[in-house]
Design a protein. Structure first.
Lengths: 225, 225
């Protein structure tokens, strides 16, 4: 019986990582679709989100059954609770990829600002890679790596700030750029949130190792800028 | 022993609802601060977010211990899993209140567009009330009420769309309104997300009653508009 439980746990672990890769792929594709005005790719992202949602439901169901039937304790239970909680973060990454894809479809025929699109594209790469690396830290159960990865969220926030400032300047100067600029700002806010979710995954990796719930990169300071 | 567990479960239930009220208050205050350019209130929202985060951690810890020590099954376990999962939704509502409060501090001395501020204020009321009512449905364990409450998220999305369209028109017409307009759009996107989280709470109420994970208001359709 015990070995079956180990197998189930391993399976849960892998299917969670797989869900993470689905979310990371969705983000990468949504930014690509957005930058290339590729509506077909945007629709693909939107349609495939149902698989990410379904995977979260499956993980919930399996976690629930494993807890009810096997009554795990300490580190095994901690792993199941982590999957239960962190799968919400992955599901939300998928939702944000959908929002970016919807922006691709919504804003048609808009003027393009190549300088800002380049930054959005870079921010997309940063977001995709922080998600991938947080998942690698999860798979390796590497708390130190998770803490390092989480630090990169600060750079993502910096990029977002830079995009916002450029957009505002550009929209003030050229009325024709308002539609694009406001769309870029929204997309940057979605990608910023993806970085926050990746940070959450990193926090879960630390919890998995230590049993302590911690908060990496406390950013909610009431500083005036 | 059994009665102690019942007490613990009841306590978990109440402290989850309390967390919900903290989140709902944070949203209400953040919108009030934003509309009134009240930086002191905005700072209060940002500083108090730590209590919402701490409450989530406490609920996690207690849920974990209750599962490990009492090994609940069926409906008791389902309730604990609901608290574990849905507390993430409440925590994120708090994060969005913080984002709105940060906007209050960030955008200073901007031009105001009273027509749009009125809509933002209405959207704030709608978001606060959908959160409160989703919590009432949770406390009453009323699945039918939860389904009704979730429907109101569609009106919140409609309001968001209206705000976005007005902002874009206004920014195109008047360059001086770009700073305000882009800020209004961001705040509307935060409030829209709060409505999504309230919908999640409603879904958890349905799950609590039925054991089935469902998705209310499927909005991720790839429709062109």
């Amino acid at each position: 019986m015990r070995s079956t439980f180990e197998e189930q746990l391993n399976d849960l672990h892998l299917r969670f990582s797989e869900m993470g890769m689905m979310a990371s792929e969705a983000i990468m594709k949504s930014v690509k679709a957005y930058i290339n005005h590729d509506k077909a790719l945007a629709k693909e992202v939107i349609e495939k989100d149902v698989y990410i949602n379904r995977r979260e439901m499956d993980l919930e169901k399996d976690s629930f059954e494993m807890i009810a039937l096997q009554q795990p304790v300490t580190s095994d239970l901690r792993m199941i609770v982590t999957v239960l909680k962190a799968s919400s973060d992955l599901e939300r990454m998928g939702d944000h990829a959908v929002s970016i894809a919807q922006e691709t479809i919504r804003v048609k025929g808009k003027t393009r600002i190549p300088e800002i699109e380049k930054l959005i594209s870079e921010m997309g790469d940063m977001s995709t890679s922080i998600v991938e690396d947080s998942l690698e830290a999860y798979l390796k159960k590497d708390g130190a790596m998770a803490e390092e990865v989480a630090k990169r969220d600060i750079e993502i926030d910096g990029k977002s700030k830079m995009i916002n400032e450029l957009c505002i300047k550009d929209m003030q100067k050229t009325a024709d750029n308002v539609l694009s600029g406001s769309s870029y700002m929204l997309v940057a806010s979605y990608l910023e949130r993806v970085g926050d979710y990746a940070t959450n995954i990193c926090e879960w990796v630390v919890y998995l190792n230590s049993g302590h719930v911690i908060e990496l990169n406390r950013k909610h300071m009431a500083d005036e800028d």
